[in-house]
Write a protein that binds this ligand. Structure first.
Ligand code: MF3
Ligand code: CO
Length: 291
């Protein structure tokens, strides 16, 4: 945080207004929380109204991509066909799938079935079968702005146990979301997610979390779900991050595939589920941008 800015200088946010008429009070409030020992956000992750509009456009594409997958997903198709759907729909909007070539990731989307926790790589050898639960995680770059969300799909006759896992994870996200408000804390959300998961006998993955998003694919803060209310980063208007808990029916322990370097599976091979939304902290509460 810059302290050198003069009260009559233009505000750091780019509004063109004088600092004293724009973010001065906002910064003072952040400094106060910092003085109490809280982790506070850097200006670089606080989005301007113009940036928020651009990010929302990207989100619209991501939502359309997942809607398209939802219309076409079925038992008997390969996960490569899901990748094809994503690539096709994203291109229709003149957008780019963010996963493609991201740190060497080879495909346009992540498809994670049953015991695969996340980062499952689409393949023409993997065929969706009756009873599978699958997470399809899509991320889009439109005009340089990023969006990211994922949904679960139940393929045909899913067992009651697995269906419940899918439903409870969605509830976890919704309960976490309710806690997102300005001048609250990321841990308020994290604890709500964790409490609901553990109340249902599940465990929350620790090593992989959510993230700030919008100007980059992955920005600060790193979003954990093993935090406590009143802890972790202060939430202020203009922050955008994902809520994307991965919740395991058995142990929280996970392994990364040694061969492909990406696929994360549960250590005990029991199923895992995840939903991902993108949320904006507003002056009065929050707004879901992508789901
Ligand atoms: N979409 C994932 C997330 O929620 C990131 C996947 S990285 C990839 O953060 F390279 F595997 F696509
Ligand atoms: Co994400």
């Amino acid at each position: 945080m810059s302290t050198k800015i003069g009260r009559n200088d233009p505000c750091w946010c780019g509004s063109g207004k004088k600092y004293k008429k724009c973010h001065e009070e906002f910064d003072a409030k952040i400094s106060y929380f910092k003085s109490l020992g809280h982790i506070v956000p850097d200006h670089s992750i606080i989005k301007t109204p113009e940036q928020i509009e651009k990010i929302k456009e990207s989100c619209k594409v991501n939502i359309a991509v997942l809607d398209y997958v939802a219309q076409h997903i079925h038992a008997g198709m390969t996960t490569q066909e899901i990748d094809d759907l994503v690539a096709e729909k994203t291109a229709e909007f003149g957008a780019i799938p963010a996963p493609l070539n991201y740190e060497g990731y080879p495909k346009s989307v992540c498809t994670s079935i049953n015991e695969v926790v996340c980062h499952g790589i689409p393949s023409d050898k993997v065929i969706l079968k009756d009873g599978d639960i699958i997470n399809v995680d899509a991320s889009t770059i439109l005009n340089g702005y990023f969006s990211d969300s994922s949904r679960m799909f139940c393929i045909g006759n899913v067992s009651p146990e697995n269906r419940k896992l899918v439903e409870v994870v969605k509830e976890c996200v919704e309960l976490g979301l309710e806690k997102v408000q300005p001048w609250g804390f990321l841990g308020d959300m994290g604890q709500a997610v964790n409490d609901h998961a553990t109340a249902n006998g599940y465990e929350v993955v620790r090593e992989i979390g959510g993230h700030g998003v919008g100007l980059e694919f992955h920005e600060d803060p790193w979003v954990s779900y093993v935090t406590k209310a009143g802890e972790d980063m202060l939430l202020v208007p203009g922050m955008i991050f994902t809520i994307e808990p991965m919740i395991n029916m058995g142990t929280h322990r996970v392994d990364v595939d040694k061969n492909d370097g990406w696929t994360v599976t549960t250590h005990d091979k029991k199923p895992s589920a995840q939903w991902e939304i993108m949320v904006l902290v507003t002056e009065t509460g929050h707004e879901v941008l992508c789901y």
